[in-house]
Design a protein around this ligand. Structure first.
Ligand code: ZN
Length: 54
């Protein structure tokens, strides 16, 4: 799974749950697929960063 940090833009690959960016330590992590698909599939969830949608 590829993840990306909304805070610093760091992109990294991990398996399993990721809660924090390994680079900056912020918790605004998204999967790359989720970020790419959100405009099509999740038009209203862009502010739900900490709602456990990962
Ligand atoms: Zn980061």
């Amino acid at each position: 799974m590829t993840y990306f940090c909304e805070d610093c833009g760091f992109v990294f690959c991990r398996t399993g749950d990721i809660r924090e960016c390994p680079y900056c330590g912020e918790k605004r992590i998204r999967t790359a697929a989720e970020a790419e698909g959100e405009q099509l599939d999740y038009p209203g969830t862009e502010t739900g960063d900490e709602s456990g949608i990962y």
